[in-house]
Ligand binder design. Sequence first.
Ligand SMILES: [Zn+2]
Ligand SMILES: [Zn+2]
Length: 476
Amino acid sequence: MNFLVIDLKFSKLVCFQDKLSLHIMKKLFDNQYIPKLTLCLLTLSITGQLLAQRHQALFKKVDKIVEKKYSYLDNLYKYLHKNPEISFQEKNTAKRVAQELKKLGFEVTENFGGFGVVGVFKNGKGPTIMVRADMDALPVKELTGLPYASTKTTKDDLGNEVPVMHACGHDIHMSVMVGTAQALVALKSSWKGTLLFIGQPAEERSGGAIAMLKEGLFKKFPLPDYALSMHSSATIAAGKVGYREGAALANVDMVDIFVYGEGGHGAYPHTTKDPIVLASRIVMSLQTIVSRVISPFEPAVVTVGAIHAGTKHNIIPGEAHLQLTLRSYTDEVRNKTIAVIKRMVKHVALSAGIPENKLPKVKIRAEYTPVTMNNVKLTRRLKKVAENMIGKENVSDTPAVMAGEDFGRFGRTDAKIPICLYWVGTVDPKKLAEYKKANKQLPSLHSAYFSPVPEPSIKAGVKTMTASVLNLLLNK
Ligand SMILES: [Zn+2]
Ligand SMILES: [Zn+2]
């Protein structure tokens, strides 16, 4: 009973004055009022509290730095928004990202894996933390009416003139990465370790991450202990963030099916092998993969997005072309879906009397986007960090989505680096409430009307990203 009273006393003292309580505790221990184990536990509790207090003090500093430096990031964001470049053309964007990192004292390597930028900031012995921002925009004509809207156009791979817009928020991502670099450099006396900051090109075409890895990102630069990224959300209010443990974004595959037949006159179908009818049968058969082959407990999508065949009403063409997209969350479901597509296509064609040498060809695009598999432990940890940084009310769990992101590749190398990509809200809270009330859909990512509110979005992004990196640097 006595013991309990002493213990309670300590808890109180620890809260008010650490040094004093430590001193009293030692006295009590010397006089054998409390056993050794209790002393250890109490010491641990004090250390934990001191650490938490230290982190909290650091977070306050982060908050101040971000508020103070925001106008710089606002200018940077608007510059990037006005000057978007599509995948594999991010020359000027990359140059600007490189300049920003150089200005802060990073050693910068440019044109790494296309227009990739690698910034390294060494600050003594400690963990290496990677932060990645993607840099490419989309061939979309901006219709937001914003004063800093993009009016840019460019030539695509086929030589067509196309409009360009940051319709996926990658301009927010770059601004958040630069803001995080600013805050961490300003606080460099508080941590030790290495920052590996990546400007990644060609995310939208799923070619950037793989190109940087192939060029030796994890061999030529310090291997990260953790890799972090964020993505703008078109459904979360600006100022808030969301986390998803495990599969956060899907495996994405693009598939082409070339169907061959024997063309002829539309009035004599019996003399032909109609590839349009065959392609239609294939489309219908594919619908049974998700409904009858994959377990109802495993999410998957098989969508035929395009059918191309024929030229005229009364001609049966010689071939048809189907374009599909596949989505899944595991390698097993992905592999099974692909195998079943191949099997079905072959046998439907055989049943239509197509000879072996004219069976349809199924082409799977080699550079697919793998699932973004957020490390559960790391994600849980960073969610707590975000709660401490911007308040519990601004942090939520978010559902997985069937969109894809090639950030997942950084966690799939032999090093199996724990990764986490989280969502940063960008929607005006008033607009969010109005749309919800009217049961209307907000403009999605990739929409010509996607218009993030820069200030609260970027601030929440920089604060949570900086706090996350600090937390990982201070206790690997
Ligand atoms: Zn996108
Ligand atoms: Zn994106």
